[in-house]
Design a protein around this ligand. Structure first.
Ligand code: SAH
Length: 213
């Protein structure tokens, strides 16, 4: 299997054709081997147009969704980012190529540990992995320039809004536990101005300011 070719096809057919234009985002996606972040038995499916299982009942997001969410944050390269829901670490790796520092929180230690190994393999040094309940954010390094949540919430957790800088952006799927809308919020004068990017399906954000287990 020629992964490089599969990656090029994915970028052209699934991502550019659907309207993703940010060159930095496209380059970051071209740089990260998605096959590293799926289960060994799914390697050949790594570039399909869908999410895939990664263990613990969780999934790696569809490539287009990763591209769309990343583009929404319009990263310039100097941001401090909080990501909630490390999962496979694929989205984290893309973010790490586009900015200064990424703090990524995952509730399952086994997923967090596995993701950290992948970051080491690819020599991505600007990522800090944290195990915990990200629905409460991560007070320690706040406030953040941008927050990305890759699990679905019933509403935008207030702790996350608090931990966002003025003019900072948060991208998060909000809705029921089986269907959400992708919301981009910009914090202006302590309030969020929200734009809706349409329907999506994510695993639930489980935690104090998310769904109950
Ligand atoms: N961006 C990831 C998506 C993983 S799925 C990828 O592409 O691989 C979402 C992840 O969010 C799951 O791993 C799940 O365990 C995690 N999660 C759910 N609720 C969480 C919470 N409150 N804090 C941290 N992680 C959470």
């Amino acid at each position: 299997m020629n992964f490089k070719k599969a990656r090029e096809n994915m970028i052209n057919e699934q991502i550019i054709k659907r309207g993703i234009k940010d060159e930095r985002v496209l380059n970051a996606i071209a740089d990260i081997p998605r096959e590293n972040f799926v289960l060994k038995q799914n390697e050949k499916d790594a570039y399909l147009d869908c999410p895939l299982p990664i263990g613990m009942g969780q999934t790696i997001s569809q490539p287009y969704m990763v591209a769309l969410m990343t583009q929404c944050l319009s990263l310039g390269g100097s941001e401090y980012i909080l990501e909630i829901g490390t999962g496979s670490g694929y989205q984290t790796a893309i973010l790490s190529k586009l900015t200064t520092r990424v703090y990524t929180v995952e509730r399952f230690k086994v997923l967090s540990d596995r993701a950290r190994e992948k970051f080491n393999d690819l020599d991505l040094k600007n990522i800090e992995t944290i195990v915990g309940d990200g629905s409460q954010g991560l007070e320690k390094y706040s406030p953040y320039d941008a927050i990305m949540v890759t699990a679905g919430a019933e509403q935008i957790p207030k702790k996350l809004i608090e931990q966002l800088k003025e003019n900072g952006k948060i991208i998060i799927p909000v809705g029921s536990s089986y269907f959400q809308e992708l919301l981009l919020g910009k914090k202006i004068e302590n309030k969020l101005k929200v734009k809706n990017y349409g329907g999506c399906v994510f695993v639930p954000l489980v935690g104090r300011y998310g769904w109950v287990e």
